[in-house]
Design a protein around this ligand. Structure first.
Ligand code: FES
Length: 105
């Protein structure tokens, strides 16, 4: 598991980029923590730079939206999902488990 930051350092509505073996974006969506590949499946923009709206993240480059719970795009221009990863809270420290890749929906 890869340590990310403390819960206090990732307040609701915020995101952080983690350079795991591959870049991962961790989000606090209204108190729920999610981790997905940070690289948009359309043209490689960093999703951690996007706009969070509930459980959806909007890509900053061409505005594709992904569901943080599943990694699925909600529509074009992205057509392929991004991977999701388990987020584990150990005390107040957020960790991402990149060894367990959730199956792509
Ligand atoms: S790079 Fe994300 S929608 Fe184009």
């Amino acid at each position: 598991m890869i340590p990310v930051c403390t819960l206090a350092e990732l307040p609701p509505g915020e995101s952080v980029r983690v350079l795991a073996p591959r870049p991962v974006a961790v989000f606090n969506a209204d108190g729920e923590l999610y981790a997905i590949d940070d690289t948009c499946s359309h043209q490689d923009a960093a999703l951690s730079d996007g706009w969070l709206e509930g459980c959806l993240i909007e890509c900053p480059l061409h505005a594709a939206m992904f569901d943080l719970r599943t990694g699925m795009p909600t529509g074009p221009p992205a057509r392929r999902p991004v991977r999701t990863y388990p987020v584990v809270l150990v005390g107040d420290m957020i960790h991402v488990d990149t060894s367990v890749r959730e199956p792509v929906a």
